[in-house]
Ligand binder design. Structure first.
Ligand SMILES: [Zn+2]
Length: 247
């Protein structure tokens, strides 16, 4: 939960002489909410827990590491996502989650379900695609750009928002600059017991190669990991067959 405004105690009004005037936090909050909502596309808004479809997950193919079926892996990830939302919304400090899977396994769908459930309860959540967010920060260095927010503000939001979702923390060649930004965000959140949800297509053993040991060890302190598998890319299957809506 964000701290209450020191000027108005979140009443939204302050007294100036005999008159009550709107506190500056009202406008700041509106700008912040607009920014947070702008990161959730109309397509992402469609991702709701009761639309998650288990039929894509095989009941016979098995995860080679744990030996459980793809269906069971998906079910565990789904249950963890729902449990996270319940505990987050009840104000309990909760461990974050890492969803690991190839492209088209439904991991981003699940992350969006969490974002939408949290938003629907009136809480603030920032969901960013990691490469895009790094570009967004980089763009603030360009003095000729008309970015509404400074780097300081963007990082401040990522550090301070009650829930941060980093989608696609993947296999990119991260510059030292990018590694440093990601580390500073995660480090801050861990130190303040603020959760983060992560999706990645990189096996955890390999994540360190991309992000460095410092960042990955913080991630493991903050999050529980769920692997999701499918036989076929869900998005490709959806394009071929019309959606029937059965679970
Ligand atoms: Zn205020």
């Amino acid at each position: 939960m964000a701290d209450a405004c020191q000027e108005c105690g979140d009443r939204g009004l302050i007294l100036r002489g005999d008159a009550a005037v709107p506190c500056k936090c009202v406008k700041e909050k509106a700008v912040r909410i607009r920014f947070l909502q702008a990161h959730i596309t109309p397509l992402m808004r469609e991702c709701l827990f009761d639309r998650f479809t288990f039929k894509y997950y095989s009941r016979t193919s098995r995860d080679k590491i744990k030996g459980i079926t793809y269906y069971d892996s998906a079910k565990r990830a789904y249950d963890a996502a729902r449990d996270f939302v319940t505990s987050f919304l009840s104000g309990k400090s909760s461990e974050g989650l890492i969803f690991v899977g190839e492209v088209g396994t439904g991991k981003t769908f699940l992350a969006c379900c969490i974002a939408n459930a949290v938003l629907a309860s009136g809480q603030e959540v920032l969901l960013v695609n990691v490469p895009d967010f790094l570009d967004e920060i980089r763009a603030t260095y360009d003095v000729s750009s008309d970015m509404e927010h400074s780097e300081h503000e963007l990082l401040g939001l990522a550090k301070g928002v009650p829930l941060l979702i980093l989608d696609d923390l993947g296999a990119f060649i991260y510059t030292e600059w990018a590694r440093q930004k990601i580390y500073s965000i995660l480090n801050h959140r861990l130190n303040h017991c603020m959760p983060v949800i992560i999706t990645t297509n990189v096996a955890l053993e390999e994540l360190e190669e991309y992000l460095g040991e410092r960042t990955t060890s913080r991630l493991f302190e903050m999050c529980r990991t769920y692997r999701i598998y499918v036989d076929h890319d869900i998005r490709a299957v959806r394009r071929e067959k019309p959606e029937t809506g059965h679970r």
